[in-house]
Each structure stands twice: as structure tokens, then as C-alpha cells.
Design a protein around this ligand. Structure first.
Ligand SMILES: Nc1ncnc2c1ncn2[C@@H]1O[C@H](COP(=O)(O)OP(=O)(O)OP(=O)(O)O)[C@@H](O)[C@H]1O
Ligand SMILES: [Mg+2]
Length: 474
């Protein structure tokens, strides 16, 4: 049976369609003519001539490149450009790999251009292309944060002009601030999804063919996601976010994607008149101001390549709604649901009648399951209204049976807690050889044991009553 496409009164055979049509790159809508605006998705300048149909490929051969044996591929040393700022190099995975394209995303005014200028001041042969500010404005900022800055500056919004200049001077690093401010040569509006996609694609291609490192800055929306199509996060080699911490307004730089290094690396900076200054011991900063109150527990988790100690807070209140609320900030919501269910079953907490609020202090996010034990300890502590000792830190994953499971690099975690002066660390029972010199290692096999750690545990109320939540008395 012959399948035909009916379009604007025309009846077309599929064979004719494949080679003579124009396709919208955003939604795939096909048209006989080149159109400015897609009638289906409304995007502008997204029509391209239809590529050769895959089914025709088998008939032709010879004009495509051939595969090679991996042993015949010429080896290339992974060369890196170092920013000279230790914490930034660490988050980037040990400098910026030549030929890679990194994206630095952040809210307006968070300090992206400041950070980029500081990076520019430490690298030799940088081309700084700005689509947002004039060269004179960059100079004013450089006098404040990077005196004696030696970079090539170009203020343009035309990506073709930008790439031509990069090709002319062949810098070691190109900084492009910001990807949303550039327009394509075909005049598509800056910041439109198709323009952002095309610009990123052109930069990636140029970077790979000339082995030039790029850092692009990008704006994020009010919802905290990158402005533009999600696909650009797939196109680049690394995605880094600069965010403001609710504590003291510190800036947090962390990676969510890195093809050449660990993800979840975190660096903490302080915004000063001289630019962003590194906070040397972020764990101490996140623990500062910690109250010795029920629901506050120290957690040792891994952020990228380093152990990291932060504070998890829980607040349990008897609910005044029909359904109890679960509000979780900084931890995985689904993980919190699991921990709540396990605590109900194995510790006897009546959490189905309580609102549960969980928060990681300082605005950081912990995505690893090694934070389970601390989250459970914080919930128990708030529910029982008894603090956990301030000098114990918790690490461990919780299984569905309430058993506490092993975590990676436990020894490093113990050493980190020891270095920060904690007196004890609660860890999974499953074997750790290093027992600490100045720290007591407490083995926890099951979450039931957590209750034994509560301060004044002997005076706690009867767990079978449902009125042990804060604000109820008890
Ligand atoms: N003279 C100054 N002294 C101290 N801090 C300053 C000074 N000028 C600017 N800042 C800080 O720098 C921040 C702006 O930094 P920057 O321009 O690098 O942000 P950005 O993320 O690039 O913003 P945009 O999205 O608008 O490009 C301000 O919010 C402020 O905190
Ligand atoms: Mg800026």
C-alpha cells in the first residue's frame, strides 16, 4: 500500500518528501516552502532543508567516512587550561580540558561575569567576548577585581564575528558572556531557543575542531532552570551552577555535569569588593551557628571528590490539615518519603499524623544516599524533642528493612569528621578498618539504635502516643 502525505492540497509520495522539503528543527513540522515562522510551534527561523532520509542511505555508499580500529586512532594528551584558582579548578575536574565547552549558569547578578573575569586574569591568552557589557564596563570591573588584567576584549552580539575573532587570534581560552545575548548570522532573535541551540552547536563544533577551551555563561530563570532549550546542557561538556547560599549570601559553585571530572563538586565563595574569595573550609562554614536543639544533626556526605559535613534539620509538628505535609529542601524528596515510612514501621513514630519539614542548612543539596542516617536521626530527634549530641556526625544509607548499609569512602569521611573536631561518628556496622584516633566510631546496624543516642533518652515520652510532636507538649 502506498502511503501519501496530504499537505495544502498536494499529494506527495514519501520519496519526494524526503529530499525536497523543509523541516522545523524544533518540532519536526514539514513544509514545501521555506518559512520564517513555524505554523505549528510558532518558532522563528527554524526551517532547514530536509536531510537525506535514512532509508535512502543503504542505496548509496562511498561518500561517507569509514570507521577505524580504536588501536589506529591517534592518541591525544588530555591537556588542561588551569584557572589558577584552586577551588574552581577542582570543581572543573582539575582545570579545563582543551577543546571542551563549559557552561556557567546562574541567576542575574549572582556574580558570573565577576567569576569569569577572575578566571580570565589567571589564564594566559584569553579572548573575553561580551554580549552584555561594553569593553569599557569590563575595564571598570577589572580595575576593581583583576588589576593588570591582560586579555583581548571583544564586545559583540554576533556569534559569527565572535568565532572569526577566536579563529584569528587562537586563544587558549574563550569566554563568552552570555550565550543568551548572542544572535545568529541569520538574524534570529537573541535568547530564542533556536538561536541558543544553534550558537551552542557552532561553538561546540569550533571548540572541537580547533582544540580551544570555552566557558559560556548562561542565565537561569526564576524557576532555577537554564533559560533556553534543555538540549544545550547535553551539547556542552560541563554544566556548573553559581548560586547564592541563604547563609551570609555566600556563593556556591557546583557541577551537575562534567565529561572530564566528578559531578557534585562544590566550592564556596564570599562576594567581596575585590571579587569572589574562596571560603577555605566550607564544612566549618555550614556548621557555624548550629543550634544545640532537637532536630539538628550533622551529616557527612560526599560532594564530588571530597567529604563534606553539613547540618540537616528536621521539624515535626502535628498536622492541622487533612493530609500531613512533607516539605524537603536540599535532600531527595522520594528518599525522604522512604525514610519516613521506615521510621513509622521500625521505630514506631506516628508520622502519618505529623507534618515533616526537612532542610539542609546553608542551601546546599545532598543527592547521595549516605545522608539517610542523618535525616532519620534528625526526624527522631525532633519527634522525641530530644537533641542528638552536637558532637556526633552521621553517615550511612538506610535499607527498606531499617538496616544501615555501607557507604563509599567511609574512612575518608571518618578522617574528615575527626579533622573538624567531632567526638563521634555514627557509621554503618558493615566493616570499617579505620577506627579513628581522636574520634569514637559508633557502629549502627539498624535505625532502632538511633534512639539510644538521644540526649536524656531516659526521660523521653512513650512512643505509642501520637502527641509527641513539637508544639503539642509532652
Ligand atoms: N563595587 C562592588 N563591591 C562589591 N560587590 C560588588 C560591587 N559591584 C558589584 N558587586 C557584586 O557583584 C554582583 C554582580 O556581579 P556580576 O555582574 O558578575 O553578576 P552577573 O551574574 O554577571 O550578572 P548579570 O546576570 O547581570 O550579568 C552584584 O550583585 C554585587 O554582589
Ligand atoms: Mg554578567
Amino acid at each position: 500500500m502506498r502511503i501519501c502525505l496530504i499537505f495544502s492540497g498536494w499529494v506527495l509520495s514519501p520519496q519526494w518528501v524526503s529530499n525536497n522539503m523543509f523541516v522545523c528543527k524544533d518540532c519536526g513540522f514539514k513544509s514545501l516552502t521555506l518559512q520564517g515562522k513555524c505554523p505549528y510551534c510558532g518558532a522563528w527561523n527554524t526551517f532547514v532543508q530536509s536531510a537525506e532520509d535514512v532509508k535512502d542511505v543503504a542505496k548509496k555508499s562511498g561518500k561517507y567516512q569509514r570507521s577505524v580500529k580504536i588501536s589506529e586512532v591517534t592518541e591525544m594528551k588530555e591537556e588542561r587550561v588551569f584557572t589558577g584558582i584552586t577551588e574552581i579548578d577542582r570543581v572543573f575536574g582539575g582545570g579545563i580540558v582543551k577543546g571542551s565547552v563549559l557552561l556557567l549558569a546562574g541567576a542575574p547578578g549572582i556574580g558570573k561575569s565577576t567569576l569569569l573575569l577572575q578566571i580570565a586574569s589567571s589564564v594566559k591568552k584569553v579572548l573575553y567576548i561580551t554580549g552584555e557589557e561594553s569593553a569599557a564596563q569590563i575595564k571598570i570591573r577589572s580595575q576593581r577585581i583583576a588589576k593588570g588584567l591582560d586579555v583581548q576584549l571583544l564586545s559583540t552580539r554576533d556569534i559569527v564575528e565572535a568565532i572569526h575573532e577566536a579563529a584569528r587570534i587562537r586563544p587558549a581560552l574563550v569566554i563568552l558572556d552570555s550565550v543568551q545575548s548572542f544572535k545568529n548570522s541569520n538574524g534570529s532573535a537573541a535568547a530564542s531557543p533556536s538561536a541558543i541551540k544553534e550558537i551552542t552547536s557552532a561553538i561546540v563544533e569550533y571548540a572541537k575542531t580547533t582544540n580551544t577551551a570555552f566557558i559560556l555563561s548562561g542565565h537561569i530563570t526564576k524557576e532555577g532552570i537554564l533559560q533556553g532549550p534543555k538540549v544545550i546542557e547535553h551539547m556542552v561538556d560541563g554544566v556548573f551552577y553559581l548560586e547564592e547560599s541563604p547563609v551570609h549570601g555566600y556563593r556556591l559553585l557546583y557541577s551537575t555535569k562534567n565529561r572530564f571530572g566528578n559531578t557534585n563538586e562544590l566550592a564556596v565563595f564570599h562576594m567581596t569588593g575585590r571579587g569572589l574569595e574562596t571560603v577555605d573550609d566550607p564544612s566549618a562554614f555550614f556548621l557555624s551557628g548550629r543550634a544545640d536543639s532537637p532536630g539538628s544533626v550533622a551529616v557527612c556526605s560526599y560532594q564530588g571528590s571530597s567529604p563534606f559535613i553539613a547540618e540537616i534539620q528536621a521539624l515535626i509538628n502535628i498536622t492541622s490539615f487533612q493530609y500531613p505535609r512533607r516539605q524537603v529542601t536540599g535532600l531527595e524528596l522520594n528518599r525522604a518519603y522512604l525514610i519516613i515510612a521506615i521510621l513509622e514501621r521500625y521505630v514506631g513514630l506516628k508520622l502519618s499524623t505529623c507534618d515533616v519539614f526537612l532542610n539542609v542548612a546553608g542551601g546546599i543539596r545532598i543527592s547521595e544516599t549516605g545522608s539517610d542516617l542523618a535525616a532519620a536521626a534528625a526526624i527522631i530527634s525532633s519527634y522525641r524533642k530530644k537533641p542528638m549530641p552536637n558532637d556526633i556526625v552521621f553517615t550511612g544509607e538506610i535499607g527498606l528493612g531499617g538496616e544501615v548499609r555501607g557507604v563509599s569512602r567511609l574512612e575518608e569521611r571518618i578522617r574528615k569528621a575527626e579533622g573538624l573536631g567531632f567526638k563521634a561518628i555514627a557509621v554503618p556496622r558493615a566493616g570499617v578498618k579505620y577506627r579513628g584516633k581522636k574520634i569514637k566510631v559508633i557502629d549502627i546496624g539498624h535505625i532502632k539504635q538511633l534512639e539510644d543516642l538521644l540526649v536524656n533518652k531516659g526521660s523521653r515520652p512513650d512512643p505509642s502516643s501520637s502527641v509527641h510532636c513539637d508544639g503539642i507538649g509532652g
